[in-house]
Design a protein. Structure first.
Length: 411
């Protein structure tokens, strides 16, 4: 179960805006103009196809992708791994950093690895460069004995799709109406994560339940939060996701891309709009960024996310340390309780300092609960984008940088 704590005092103006935003995203779904809403059902076909394949020879899953082609996969792997017995090792080749590429390649066991080349366009420069390097370094025979260990996930008709067909590689397609940063519940995420051993049916079911409940008006807190964030964006332009579990760190990175790339736009009137996303980890960042939140400019809103039951815990022993006896009050209590009380105390201190706060609480980590969190943030992003009056699903600023890069590298 996931508890979302957000409420807004009713007023007629808010109701009209929220109703319009609801109608907008419902039209996106009903018309199939935007496809992520239906992925919890449509992606089950990929799982059926996987059941027909023999994946027992693979002990490593190597993800070659960047941004929307890796962040969501990495987040789910990081969160679910401690709770998933015998999950296969996942390695990620994302950035162009040569040190990280070399270190990751050194961990790859060539004859036990399945390589996933993931790119919606098929020609992402970082991804294709890494693929070329792996093929050369490991002498991968794409037309012979190694063709079963290279999988392409891309748009139908892309250059990567052409490459896969040329070598008769296994290929999964991303729907045309699903953008990269909204694609984790498409083949992009479900195929490699299922092959790694995660319960992806439960993940999809959790996401589908939240989406269905939202359109049945059982999750109207999403509308209230979207309205508040969008209409206060001029004065509260920064949103902080404060996650109280180390394993949620990659989820915050996924959220940063989702919000930054979707909401930082120029609206129909020529105004620059957006919400700057910042991901923090508690309790670590209580000792750094929290000071800025409480006494710095009041231009932020903060969402706290925590896990009630970590399902494994450590009790702090009944030990007295000479000179620091004042900490004995914590003896015989658990680290799980400590981190959750830190979350509560920090949220109270932030609220009392006049900063807008809300919270998300997972009773425990399960695939279904993580699916709900993913669907929650995707819906919230679409709603805020609708209220802003922007195209939530394009990224012209990113494309400009790519064009300049390609031009410079071609000289």
């Amino acid at each position: 179960m996931v508890h979302f704590d957000y409420s807004l005092a009713e007023n007629s103006s808010a109701s009209e805006i929220m109703s319009s935003a609801f109608d907008s995203v419902k039209e996106e779904m009903d018309s199939d103009r935007i496809g992520y809403y239906k992925l919890p059902t449509h992606s089950l076909a990929h799982l059926d196809r996987l059941k027909e394949l023999d994946t027992s020879s693979f002990s490593q899953i190597v993800i070659i992708g960047i941004g929307g082609s890796s962040l969501g996969i990495k987040a789910i792997d990081s969160i679910l791994r401690p709770y998933t017995a015998d999950a296969k090792e996942m390695l990620f080749l994302e950035n162009s950093d040569p040190i990280t590429i070399a270190e990751t390649m050194a961990k790859i066991r060539r004859d036990e690895a399945c390589f996933f080349m993931i790119s919606k366009s098929g020609s992402t420069i970082e991804t294709t460069s890494v693929l070329k390097t792996l093929i050369d370094h490991f002498d991968i025979d794409l037309d012979g004995s190694d063709k079963h260990r290279v999988v392409a996930i891309t748009d139908s008709g892309s250059v990567l799709s052409d490459f896969a067909k040329h070598h008769k590689l296994l290929e999964f397609n991303i729907p045309d109406n699903v953008g990269g940063r909204f694609s984790v519940l498409s083949a992009v995420g479900v195929v490699p994560l299922a092959m790694a051993g995660y319960d992806i049916e439960a993940l999809l079911a959790g996401a589908g339940e939240l989406i269905s409940d939202f359109f049945d008006h059982k999750e109207d807190h999403l509308l209230q939060k979207a309205y508040s964030y969008a209409t206060h964006s001029k004065t509260q332009s920064i949103n902080v996701l404060f996650s109280y579990a180390d394993r949620l760190e990659d989820l915050t990175k996924w959220y940063v891309q989702l919000w930054g790339e979707s909401l930082g736009k120029i609206d129909k009137d020529g105004n620059r709009v957006g919400l700057t996303p910042i991901g923090l980890i508690g309790a670590v960042d209580q000792h750094s960024f929290l000071q800025l939140v409480i006494e710095g400019p009041q231009d932020k809103s903060v969402t706290f996310i925590n896990i009630e039951d970590f399902q494994r815990d450590i009790t702090i022993p009944d030990v007295t340390l000479e000179g620091i006896e004042k900490t004995n009050f914590i003896n015989n209590q658990t680290f799980g309780r400590l981190i959750n009380e830190q979350c509560k105390a920090t949220m109270q201190s932030v609220t009392e300092s006049g900063v807008s706060t809300d919270s998300i609480t997972l009773d425990r980590v399960t695939p279904a609960n993580i699916g709900k969190i993913i669907a929650y943030y995707e819906l919230l992003t679409s709603l805020i984008g609708s209220i802003f009056g922007v195209n939530t699903y394009n990224q012209p600023g990113v494309e400009l940088g790519k064009q300049i890069l390609y031009k410079n590298l071609s000289k």
